[in-house]
Design a protein around this ligand. Structure first.
Ligand SMILES: Nc1ncnc2c1ncn2[C@@H]1O[C@H](COP(=O)(O)OP(=O)(O)OP(=O)(O)O)[C@@H](O)[C@H]1O
Ligand SMILES: Nc1nc2c(c(=O)[nH]1)N=C(CO)CN2
Length: 228
């Protein structure tokens, strides 16, 4: 994803959710000081059918679908649920706000962790990234990329997992553990999930694919540009 392509979407997210672009850039720069560039040969998804695991309540009943995929990219606590079910993950995507110790353990076991810095997680970045096996850290930002820190598109951990799999050449994406209409989430989380859904809708169009998770939902969806 070229940043100029992502930038209008990013601006719309900042406006909608009230985040500060400068704070995201500062967080990116903190992360950049703590990491080396990720060796992309450590994550091989080219041509694979990749399960994108979200952390919705449906995940425990869908772990077999993840196990059946060629590879699994897990968002945040989805990595724990899959681990408990005996399903190996090939990459974890996280902003370190829930289970940073899982991320640390995965890096030590040789699993890449796409570690995201943003304006509201700088303390976690400073605390946890130095404890990770640095070779397995794939540093990301939602702001303009700088130094070793990449921006492959996406916002929440789950949709960033999908954009990452796309970036690394996945042939097909299947979604497990995604519950957009989850009544148990907070209002803030609900607003983030609205963006996750829009971003997946954008990604499926870019890929000319039809994501299973969007079946029956497309009519109500608009891209950011249509929302102003
Ligand atoms: N019902 C759901 N509740 C929570 N996450 C969901 C749900 N459905 C899909 N997801 C996806 O699963 C991802 C991981 O969720 P989890 O609650 O573990 O993480 P999180 O660290 O709070 O995520 P984020 O910081 O991105 O909001 C979310 O980022 C989201 O993209
Ligand atoms: N500034 C900022 N950026 C984010 C945030 C957040 O809380 N603040 N949460 C995210 C996923 O939950 C992704 N990006």
């Amino acid at each position: 994803m070229e940043f100029h392509t992502w930038e209008p979407v990013y601006e719309a997210i900042l406006t909608d959710l009230g985040y500060d672009r400068e704070a995201d850039e500062q967080a990116r720069d903190v992360l950049a000081e703590l990491v080396a560039p990720f060796d992309t040969s450590r994550l091989e998804l080219t041509g694979q059918r990749v399960a994108i695991a979200g952390a919705g309540p449906s995940l425990p009943s869908e772990t077999d679908r993840a196990a059946a995929a060629d590879a699994v990219v897990a968002a945040s606590t989805a990595a724990d649920t899959l681990h408990d079910a005996g399903v190996a993950v090939d990459c974890m995507v996280t902003d370190l706000d829930k289970n940073p110790d899982t991320a640390r353990e995965l890096t030590e076991r040789g699993v890449p962790v796409a570690t995201h810095a943003h304006g509201d997680n700088v303390a976690a970045v400073r605390e946890w990234v130095p404890r990770f096996d640095g070779e397995q850290v794939l540093p990301t930002t939602q702001a303009e990329p700088a130094g070793p820190v990449r921006n492959v598109g996406g916002f929440t951990d789950g949709d960033r997992a999908a954009f990452l799999a796309d970036h690394f050449g996945a042939a097909e994406l299947v979604f497990v553990g995604w519950d957009f209409d989850d009544p148990t989430v907070s209002e803030a989380k609900e607003r983030k999930l609205v963006w996750a859904e829009r971003l997946l809708y954008w990604l499926e169009q870019r890929r000319d694919e039809r994501f299973d998770v969007l079946e029956g939902r497309r009519d109500g969806l608009t891209l950011w540009s249509a929302d102003g």
